[in-house]
Ligand binder design. Sequence first.
Ligand code: SF4
Ligand code: SF4
Length: 1131
Amino acid sequence: MSFLVSNIQRFSIHDGPGIRTTIFLKGCGLRCLWCQNPESIRSKPELLFDQKKCLGCRKCIEKCPFNIDNTKGFLSSKEAFEKCNDCFECVKACPTNALTQIGDRITIDDLMAQVSRDRHYYKHSGGGITFSGGEPLLQSKPLKAFLELCQMENIHTLIETAGYVNWKNFEQVLPFVDRWYYDLKTGNTKLHQKIVGVDPELIWDNASKLINAIGLEEAKRKINFRMPVVPGINDTMESLEGLKHLLLKLKIPKLTLLPYHNFGEIKLQKIKPLPKIKQLGIENEKSNLALSKVEKFFKNNGIAISIEQGLFNDQTKNETQTKIKVENRIKKIKNKSLIKHKHHDYTLSTRIEKLKRDYFSLKPGICTERSDNLYRYYKNEENLKKPIIIQRAESIISILTNSTTKIYDDELLVGSWNSKRVGGSIYPEISHIVALLNELFKFDSRKINPLRITKKEKYKLLKQLPFWMKNSFISNFIKRSGTHTVSTLIDALKVERFFINELGGIGHYCPDNKKLITLGTTGIKRQASKLQKKTDDLNRKNFYDSIITVCDGLEKWAGNYSKLAKDLANKLDDNNPRKKELFKISNICDRVPKYPARTFHEALQSILFIQIAFNMESLDNGISPGRLDQILYPYYKSDIQKGILTREQAFELLCSFSIKLSELVPVMDTNTGDIHGGHLAGQVVCIGGVDPEGNDSTNELSMIFLDVMNKLRIRQPNWWARIHPNSPEEFLKKISTNLIDEVHSPALVNDEKAIPILLNKNVTLRDARNYIPLGCVELIPSHQVVGSTDAGMINLVYPLELTLGLKKRGKRKIKNKKKQLYNCKSIDDLVELYAIQLDKLIDDFMIDLTLIERVHSELFPTPLISTFLEGCIESGIDVTQGSTKYVWSGVQGIGAPDVADSLIAIDQVIFKEKYCDLKTLRRALKRNFVGYECLRNKLLNAPKYGNDIPVVDNMLSRIMKLYNDLLNRRINTRNGKLCAGFYSTTIHTVFGTNSHALPNGSLKGTTLSNGLSPAVGNDRLGPTAALNSASNLDVNSAENGLTFNLTLNSNVLYGEQGVNNMQSLIQGYFENGGLQTQINVFDVKQLEDAYENPEKYPHLLVRVSGYTAYFNDLTPKMKREIIDRERKRKL
Ligand code: SF4
Ligand code: SF4
């Protein structure tokens, strides 16, 4: 048994409760003048023609048995119209989908298989299947069989009917339908005949019978009578009066009004013309006026009115939930979740408003204090005689203790990243030498992300340059790598094959903040001294000395703040409330980080100090405070119980902390800024998740953090939430509300997938359960790993270009490459060739990475961070030598979806359809498809990732696995394996610029896909299909994490129903096996406006991928991509 289906629409949120799939069946007995789905009227398949897609290639005419020419308008001549026999030979011939067949026979089993793919989303949202049309009841036989199946599968069902069928059709399906939407066009018989084409008796009679069959009370809940309001057609007084009488007679005095829209008119241009149905040319304004008039009429006559905008109501949700309660494991467990967070409507205090204003008012700048202090330290020849690790410890302390100590008005937490308050420091000893050489005199005048710097500061840096050219990481790298430097520099500047982030330092740590606030630096020094006494090894002894040095320095640095706070307080009048605050700050800085924190405020201050200090030691990237809701909760709870802290005060302190973190703006030159756009700093604060025993650890602080994100809306920290099946309902709802509110935070990760990934890397279960996404998205067990999680980024499209002979490999060529390519008989042959090229590319990458790592470990140890990572103090060895409990390096693969889409397109068009050979494809790609437009359209029309198509998703998994396996075979100099990440910050735009036309149909220079998100515009079936594609992937190969961006227009998800649907998307996706996602909800029009008028939106926050940024801080290319993620998707 089969249906004749005209369309299947997933993520349908206005055709019944929750998230639904709407199935449009073909065939209808009515001829409403305003028909919204004219392509569903005929009871047979038919042609659809889209003039915009037509290339004029005439292939359709050649194939047509009657040589019908559609190219100047669809079946425009009467003769053609009569001749066409709907054989669809022209459709098969059309390379661009300008001609398509509307109406397909689908068996019940196939349809069930298709709709079941979104069942996770139905279950969580209270959604299900809606049958629409056409008139679905005309196909009552297969409908009955299908609905019966749905009932067995606990899938909620809804039928939209116009009622113009025999009553027996209703009877057949009646027991299996959960809801009815019953459309009444007018209550006037004569008008009905005129505007609908038939007498209304049968429709009205069926309505009455349906109510009787269901029972009046039940019918009131189950049947929704609806009226489309078509201005000038059915909104006349006699029409409305008649309908009023009918509803009162039926004893159901309520009605849903459907606003008229002109989608049907657009479709009319594409199908065979139908008599009677024509374009009405009704504009929105007219439609809205008519709607108000009709609403008023019915309300005045005692009929309850709702207007369709998404018809969710609690009753329907309950209906569905009752059906699914047996299998709804997760919701049952959730009832046990304990989270005692009374709802607080936090508002930003005057203090926080002011701090935020001050932060926004300052243009980011460059501070030279760090490099000045460092320069001074290294210019002292006595210092250079000391062991390297001591030099490093003393120099970092010199940077901290000699920097300007400032406490700004109203601050509760103190400590500055630099003298500019908002800005970044210079790291000349690592990679900033390149930035200085490139842009020292352009920083303040460049168009994107200008950075304030005075003339004096520029010249100071200029003076220091010769010293750093001899003594920096780069100069040492050149000394060690000799002539190979040239190739490394070419790669670094060209950004075509790969980019090594580790050139700028390792960064990317999550320090053990718990250790800091429980032991204090005094406790840590004690530990170091004890271990020092036990060793005779000089290097270890030096290492412990360096630990003691940095701890002493931290205490001294905090002491500077304590003194300043006291001095400032002493200058104030006794009745000035700030005086008391400053004394409190002074006491806190006296106490921490030296001693264990005793209060929430002390703990937070201690963490802020150390966060700044870590960033002064390592390049300011990816240093993440970690699971702060867990670390801080005991202090919060104890203070609340003692009555020395209120929730509002905790909220205010956390807001202060966030503002402090946002004040850091890493300095990047334009090239690096293009790669890591939007002032990427990646200071992750993660909330929620399970504890080491596997129990839900979400607490009241987790909820307050969500309020901080919502109310503050600033760039840092990089907020994450860990989700698992026992995550409390309240937590999920609040996250969903944030996302609907366009906060873009938190990003989300699934414990059930992330923890096994770490277990596969031999991380213990307890440690794995304490993981965080680091920097952007990298999965690490907190404070136990030197993951160098952003060691580098490899362009996965590049080896495909080599495989296809589009680029030359330089010296190390593969013999008989072309011959091998043209001998490929299957996609497997091609993947094999691709694997060889990828392997060789990774070899090249490894040569550079190894050299870089050696320089780091020999000359740039990091004693401060080593103090706070498990394994370093214990072993007496610096982290750069791989002394942490776990060691690895993460290398990101960029453009994996583009490779998968390309391979699938080749498989379909070249190997299966044999449309052309590989030689022709190569030629077409080399010529950027000029003269090969038909081939390009064929390739574009091949299946693409992001549409829940297993064959494509499997290909992507295959590429991911291939890449991860190849990396896993390599060991870094710290004796850790390399592993694959799939996130791209913004480097995909740069790699894309250098790419050829590709077999996925993209033209030369097109931006590659962002992480594992579908290429822009490719996710054509909406969010559920895109999410399913992501959850189909074998994420175990994404050992270093991945990004999957989901973008939704704010006019799709809003209000209570929007929150419900958002929550369901999240839960459904994770239950389905998704690893992570970050969700952008925004108003496309607003972003377009922000693109054109940046001055109107100085701090508009958007989610780039694994992090958020201000829209204005992004390159035009990246801005365009973010807008197009939503604009180009065809829902
Ligand atoms: S459907 Fe068949 S008869 Fe009609 S235009 Fe196409 S090829 Fe010709
Ligand atoms: S693009 Fe399609 S519809 Fe247009 S002429 Fe070619 S085959 Fe015909």
